[in-house]
Write a protein that binds this ligand. Structure first.
Ligand code: FES
Length: 164
């Protein structure tokens, strides 16, 4: 995928997004990275250099912050995000087995795997009493199993198609 931050116009647009943050906040590198991720869904190639310039720090400084936080992504997010809770309460009621089963389902269905990407575990969704818990996009799923996850993914795909 081509980076959305390549041309002079794209770089200037990004600077326009980041400059108010830099003026408003001390030590704004993380805030700038978060703003870029909110804008693009990930940190595209070229963003680190622009952030370094507007924050007046080195690219290595920005890269250090970028690589430290696993929530900052290097690649575009999947169309449908599926995140399974991996914290203790959900593990106690089958969270690990669900993660393994979901991995097998995705391995057997390339279209599903392409749409949902890799499960990024989340640690407690505040829904411990209804574990195993999951998030499909922003929808919280309690008592999750493979079928409820598939249904939620289908509903999210349908909602995305309807929105087009
Ligand atoms: S441990 Fe999974 S929702 Fe709290």
């Amino acid at each position: 995928m081509e980076s959305p931050i390549k041309t002079t116009e794209q770089i200037e647009t990004l600077k326009g997004l980041l400059t108010p943050i830099v003026k408003r906040e001390p030590g704004p590198v993380l805030l700038c990275l978060q703003a870029v991720q909110t804008q693009y869904g990930y940190i595209p190639d070229g963003a680190v250099a622009v952030i370094a310039e507007v924050c007046n720090v080195t690219r290595a400084d920005v890269h250090g912050v970028f690589s430290y936080y696993s929530d900052l992504k290097k690649t575009p997010p999947p169309v449908i995000s599926v995140r399974l809770c991996a914290a203790e309460a959900c593990q106690a009621v089958g969270g690990r087995a669900l993660a393994a089963a979901w991995g097998e389902v995705c391995a057997a269905d390339p279209d599903l795997a392409a749409a949902t990407g890799t499960n990024e575990p989340v640690f407690c969704l505040g829904n411990c009493a209804l574990g195993p818990a999951a998030l499909v996009n922003e929808q919280l799923i309690g008592n999750a199993n493979v079928e409820t996850l598939k249904s939620a993914v289908t509903a999210a795909q349908n909602a995305a198609e309807t929105a087009l």
